[in-house]
Design a protein around this ligand. Structure first.
Ligand SMILES: Cc1ncc(COP(=O)(O)O)c(C=O)c1O
Length: 384
């Protein structure tokens, strides 16, 4: 009886908080993906997760190295495919070295926590990903600059001290680009999270971050679970930085290394990205984005301005975006239903990702479903 006292009280409190989220239309649930769903909510921008060479590399890796790396990298989890991938990334992105992490979240959070104390001031874009915010939140010397506002970033930097400026090349919930060249002019070390750009933009898919030199952007986050179609991440930079992280970053030291098979699949994916096929997949992606946007404009749908695979329909309230999302699901179309706290209050949105794997018929089905939904939801007069 006494043993259960705390858990009962806490369960009661948690249930009340969950109920509050329901009332605010912010309660989240898992939806199991089904083969017959038409997905417009994946970050697999080039469709590489289903590419025969990527799948074969994964399968061969499992045969050769097993399903797990078996230990953290500094113990015995580091194998030939990990070493190869590090070298491949460094060469491709023209940096000295790369350090592998099991996710982009871990890479960002852990690296910021580890390197943050070396800087006297850290500034981040207001719309930076949660993993970057979590990396700095326990420090006192960080500030956020207004989204993509170079002058404001400059204002927040301190004179004559070590400044670190962190931004994303493409913002995950808006699909817009950071003004990287201008930010690189500021008196700060620039760290670019290239999660939504690697593989799909830049020369041979090197991403937006690598359009800047190592001197302009000494740190890059490269995630493997989006355009590269696999999972995991790397921090790419100088060998001293990666060596320091290898010795000090707790997520790297105290976590099981990604399976060697996974590293092998990422390498195969990079090979596809660098090939002529990668170029044609990027072209197909651009064509699909353009086609989708043209259809939206022609139908008067409130599509955002950017040209990235991440397309947005800003709808306003949580209730409204939920109503749109549910109507679309009833029509077998799955889009991201994005609400606060992921995005600012009043800017709930559908996050629609168009990929190279979509056919014209898929996009037509999406646009038709959006039109039906608009008519239904707006007729029902769900508050904006
Ligand atoms: C900009 C950005 N950085 C980092 C991450 C985290 O990457 P991962 O999914 O590999 O943990 C994400 C994922 O949503 C992201 O959008």
């Amino acid at each position: 009886m006494i043993r259960n006292a705390f858990i009962m009280q806490i369960t009661h409190e948690l249930s009340a908080q969950l109920e509050q989220l329901r009332q605010q239309h912010r309660y989240r649930t898992l939806v199991q993906r089904q083969a017959q769903h038409l997905q417009f909510d994946s970050n697999d921008y080039l469709g590489l997760s289903m590419h025969p060479r990527v799948k074969a590399a994964y399968a061969e890796g499992v045969q050769q190295y097993g399903a797990s790396s078996g230990a953290s990298p500094l113990v015995s989890g580091y194998q030939a495919p990990h070493a190869y991938l590090r070298q491949q990334l460094a060469q491709w992105l023209e940096r000295e070295d790369a350090l592998l992490f099991s996710s982009g979240f871990a890479a960002n959070q852990s690296t910021l926590q580890t390197l943050g104390s070396q800087y006297q001031r850290i500034v981040l874009d207001k719309l930076s990903h949660a993993s970057l915010i979590d990396g700095v939140r326990h420090f006192k010397h960080w500030k956020r600059f207004r989204h993509n506002d170079v002058a404001h970033a400059q204002e927040l930097l301190l004179p004559n001290v070590a400044n670190l400026l962190v931004t994303e090349s493409v913002f995950s919930m808006d699909g817009d680009h950071a003004p990287l060249n201008q930010l690189a002019e500021l008196p700060a070390d620039v760290w670019i999270d290239d999660a939504h750009s690697i593989g799909i933009s830049g020369e041979s898919g090197r991403g937006a971050g690598a359009t800047l030199s190592a001197a302009q952007a000494p740190l890059l986050t490269i995630t493997f679970g989006k355009g590269l179609g696999v999972m995991g991440a790397a921090i790419v930079g100088s060998s001293v930085m990666t060596d320091y992280l290898m010795n000090q970053a707790r997520d790297f030291i105290y976590s099981t290394a990604m399976p060697a098979a996974q590293a092998q699949a990422v390498s195969a994916s990079i090979n596809v990205v660098q090939s002529a096929e990668g170029e044609s997949l990027r072209q197909r992606l651009r064509d699909n984005i353009q086609y989708f946007r043209e259809q939206c404009v022609a139908q008067g749908l409130p599509i955002g301005a950017n040209q990235h695979a991440i397309q947005t329909l800003i709808l306003g309230s949580e209730e409204r975006v939920i109503a749109w999302g549910q109507s679309l699901r009833a029509l077998n179309i799955y889009c991201g239903i994005i609400r606060p706290p992921t995005v600012p209050q009043g800017s709930s949105r559908l996050r629609i990702t168009v990929t190279a794997a979509h056919s014209t018929a898929d996009i037509d089905a999406l646009v038709t479903a959006l039109i039906i939904t608009r008519d239904l939801v707006e007729k029902a007069n769900v508050t904006a």
